[in-house]
Design a protein around this ligand. Structure first.
Ligand SMILES: Cc1cc2nc3c(=O)[nH]c(=O)nc-3n(C[C@H](O)[C@H](O)[C@H](O)COP(=O)(O)OP(=O)(O)OC[C@H]3O[C@@H](n4cnc5c(N)ncnc54)[C@H](O)[C@@H]3O)c2cc1C
Ligand code: SF4
Length: 584
């Protein structure tokens, strides 16, 4: 087994979370190596225009790892045997930030204090009722005000465009019709505007305005102007090619760790990227990690990579899997309080107009936050005890309705394949709007990640097993949000509306969070506010695993934000690498 030269910082995986910390610490003069199990694909070579191919990248999952490489199983009841499930996150340099959609959010202020907000708004009885149902609500050890500068850094450095909804308390300060008036206050405007509207957006917007709601164009991690980031990385504007979600962008317009951050890290001369390098163990001596063992997936050779500081950036599932496989459990807390979301569905057909939803990237969308977080708590207080729920959902109108991707957006009387499917698609594909209903999941005692006793990969490492249920709060919320989506489509003039208010638990929702929750109490959490493990102070956990609660929003801007926060804490010695309790 070859032992590689020691580095200051060893990063496991190179996806979204790994990007900011790699660049920032390399810029600060640390020697950094990132070990990424997937290949190093590039915009020019692998995502060129000639390769715009939905069958290859989406239907056949061209960027997804096969089961034998990252085995993954799922069950909704802990008494059941888990079954193999499809791993839906890209495994490559840049991770899933390469094939993401780019819908990019700051969380609400109260997303960081869910438990306290429930107590303040609804009282101890409601909280006790949720806890009886197994909910384990917690506040983050961070406030929105503390992380706001790091959210801004993501917008400027990774590249996020939008209309501001709230600059320092001024609502919709740039355009009275644009921006999300419910967003948390920002100090400064976005660096550029989001994508323009298309017909899908205008239909949704019209319906929402009819109901007195507050539609806005969602912030997007896609450049809409030639953009030169503060790192000196320049990228061209989006061409609205439509081969977007599920694809790597052929034009480098979709912001990602691959195109926004890697060039800046490499330019320092302090950063080394080793692709095709799968970490299989974290090696511990006392209360420190001293090295990782990884396999070169092309040759099968094992290597040891020693270092001083270690950062897990391998996505929630693989971060937890590596910790548990290396015997790191934090007294049984590692893997607990896993969250992913199950979503109801609302689809609509408009006989009187051609919408051409196949036009534009998936994230070219309008949306509303009127029913998200606790924005509408007064309405919820009026619900009966049998309907009451906490938290809420973003409702939006995605584009990129490509025929091969709409097989799961069909009325009950249409088959998912064959001539019936083709006829329905021919007649309706240009008249279809399908909503996104991003319901916020709660953390539960009964939802967790652990190692599967029945499946391993070729290096003998057990699969990660997901045990997750959707409970009363999720089911009630799904019904309420579904009905709001139906009302919006009806108000927009839909001829036919179909879908379901019922939800089924899923293995992965692309927004898989929890499992190593951060907190203030080392006996109740796995890491401190900087993702630094209480048990092993030179090991930091990145990505969504550290989230104590989720939001009715996508997580990636928060994942990038936390990575900047951790980098800042290391660089400015806000953390003590010998003692995780001695942070400032
Ligand atoms: C189709 C799709 C659309 C999405 N759209 C949005 C969106 O619009 N907005 C949003 O906010 N989020 C979106 N997401 C989610 C977003 O992609 C994730 O939140 C984000 O990528 C997670 O970042 P991460 O760094 O934790 O993991 P990833 O970005 O998945 O990176 C993890 C990396 O670690 C590597 N790795 C895993 N195990 C090992 C190992 N043992 N050794 C070495 N390397 C390893 C993987 O190969 C991967 O490259 C989407 C996801 C998908 C799949
Ligand atoms: S729609 Fe725009 S961002 Fe998406 S892949 Fe095409 S050019 Fe890139």
């Amino acid at each position: 087994m070859a032992v590689q030269p020691k580095k200051d910082v060893v990063i496991v995986g190179y996806g979204a979370a790994a990007g900011p910390i790699s660049t920032e610490l390399a810029l600060a003069g640390y020697s950094v190596v990132a070990l990424e199990r997937g290949p190093h694909m590039t915009t020019k070579r692998d995502f060129a225009q000639a390769q715009l191919d939905t069958l290859r990248w989406i239907t056949r999952g061209g960027l997804l790892p096969p089961f034998r490489d990252l085995p993954f199983t799922f069950r909704s009841d802990e008494n059941d045997t888990a079954r193999p499930a499809r791993y839906i996150m890209a495994s490559m340099v840049g991770g899933a930030s390469v094939h993401w959609s780019g819908q990019s959010w700051r969380f609400f202020e109260d997303d960081f204090r869910v438990r306290s907000t429930v107590l303040e708004l609804y009282g101890p009885e409601r909280l006790a009722h949720l806890e009886e149902d197994g909910a384990a609500l917690a506040d983050w050890p961070l406030t929105y005000e503390e992380v706001e500068p790091f959210y801004e850094k993501v917008e400027t450095h990774v590249g996020i465009g939008g209309w501001p909804g709230n600059i320092q308390g001024n609502l919709r300060p740039v355009d009275p019709n644009e921006g999300n008036p419910f967003e948390a206050p920002r100090q400064n405007d976005f660096p550029f505007r989001p994508l323009r509207d298309n017909a899908t957006d205008l239909v949704f917007r019209h319906g929402a305005l009819q109901l007195g709601l507050h539609p806005f164009h969602v912030p997007t991690g896609i450049t809409t102007v030639p953009y030169l980031s503060p790192y000196g990385v320049s990228r061209p504007p989006c061409t609205y090619c439509t081969f977007c979600t599920g694809h790597g962008c052929w034009n480098a317009s979709k912001s990602s760790s691959l195109v926004s951050l890697l060039p800046a890290a490499e330019a320092t001369g302090n950063f080394e990227l080793r692709s095709n390098s799968q970490v299989i163990r974290l090696n511990r001596e006392g209360d420190r990690i001293v090295s990782v063992t990884y396999v070169d997936t092309l040759t099968g050779e094992e290597h040891t990579q020693p270092g001083d500081i270690f950062y897990l950036g391998a996505y929630s599932f693989q971060n937890i899997r590596l910790l548990l496989h290396s015997g790191i459990t934090s007294n049984g807390l590692v893997g607990k309080y896993f969250m992913n979301r199950a979503m109801p569905s609302v689809n609509a057909i408009f006989n009187d107009r051609m919408i051409n939803g196949y036009n534009g990237p998936g994230v070219q969308r309008q949306g509303i936050d009127d029913f998200n977080g606790e924005v509408f708590f007064e309405k919820k207080e009026q619900l009966s005890d049998d309907d009451f729920f906490i938290r809420g959902a973003f409702i939006g109108s995605p584009s990129q309705r490509n025929p091969l991707q709409t097989y799961d957006m069909l009325p009950d009387d249409v088959p998912t394949w064959g001539s019936g499917f083709k006829q329905h698609t021919r007649e309706n594909i240009n008249r279809l709007v399908g909503l996104q209903l991003l319901c916020e999941p709660l953390p539960y005692e009964s939802s967790y990640l652990d190692l599967d006793p029945n499946y391993t990969d070729e290096w003998g490492m057990p699969a990660v097993r997901v045990t997750r249920q959707a409970k009363q709060n999720e089911r009630r919320m799904a019904r309420f949000i579904h009905d709001k989506g139906v009302e919006i489509m009806r108000a927009a003039g839909a001829s036919r509306i179909f879908g379901s208010p019922e939800i089924q638990p899923v293995a992965s929702s692309e927004h898989d969070t929890g499992g190593a929750r951060m907190g203030v109490d080392p006996t109740q959490s796995v890491t401190n506010r900087y993702g630094q493990m209480w048990e092993l102070p030179n090991l930091f956990v990145g990505g969504g695993a550290v989230f104590p609660s989720m939001a009715g929003k996508n997580p990636t801007q928060t994942i990038w934000m936390l990575s900047y926060l951790t980098a800042d804490a290391i660089e400015n010695q806000k953390v003590d690498l010998e003692d995780a309790e001695a942070y400032t």
